[in-house]
Ligand binder design. Sequence first.
Ligand SMILES: Nc1ncnc2c1ncn2[C@@H]1O[C@H](COP(=O)(O)OP(=O)(O)O)[C@@H](O)[C@H]1O
Ligand SMILES: [Mg+2]
Length: 262
Amino acid sequence: MSSGKELDKKVDRFDQRLEEMGIRIKDANQFKVREDVFDDVTLLALYKLVHKKWISVIGGSISTGKEANVFYGERDGAGIAIKIYRIRTANFTTMSSYIVGDRRFSGVKKVKKELIFAWTKKEFSNLVRARDAGVAVPEPLVWDRNILIMSFIGEGDVPYPQLRNVELESPEETYSQILTIIETLYKKAELVHADLSEFNILYGDKPYIIDMGQSVTRDHPRALPFLMRDIRNINRFFRSRCDVRSDVGIFNAITGLDTAEP
Ligand SMILES: Nc1ncnc2c1ncn2[C@@H]1O[C@H](COP(=O)(O)OP(=O)(O)O)[C@@H](O)[C@H]1O
Ligand SMILES: [Mg+2]
């Protein structure tokens, strides 16, 4: 058990290290977040990004997801989103308790780390592809190790709400915008989002697609089932809000296939 005092000391140490890098943390993020997110590897990557002037301010925590934390930040006064994939995830702790001490798996920590770096890079390049195809996604700026920096989709330091929390003025219009996005992603970017739902769409002046770490290219063996699932999710969300087209009808129109109605 660590006493309150020890915890305070630890927090001070974290703050000091961040401050040494010229990183200001605006809000008091919880210690747990700091400890889980800002390990040595991440601090080093942050340091590089600050040094290269990609980040001037790290603000408050916007989101703590299953694998990543997102922070608001600024670069020369402009808002950025800093997405940090956690190297210490709950999953890994459970995993490692089985693996530690087994010499066969001495490289597993390194492998895990490299997987996370590869994932970060993949999200970055997926965003680049989507953006090049003209899809409304955050502008990817840079990535380093487990950190991805992109333009901030929101107003001030408040992100646009997720689609699930929006009272849409014209659901039919938004529905059709999102179908167009799925189609453009598939045909032009040759990508399937693969986790598309009202959680991964931010809605402001229009819908923005986010969270593309798991997106796959069209030639991925599971691209089509993923596409079908994305379509089903969107239809499920809009069914109570406006007329929707059939899942299979949309799927066929996008892929040019001739799948039969179930
Ligand atoms: N570019 C961005 N601009 C503004 N907010 C963002 C941005 N990217 C992520 N967020 C915020 O962080 C949340 C989680 O981001 P997401 O990429 O979906 O991560 P996760 O993998 O944890 O689901 C989003 O719902 C949104 O509130
Ligand atoms: Mg998400």
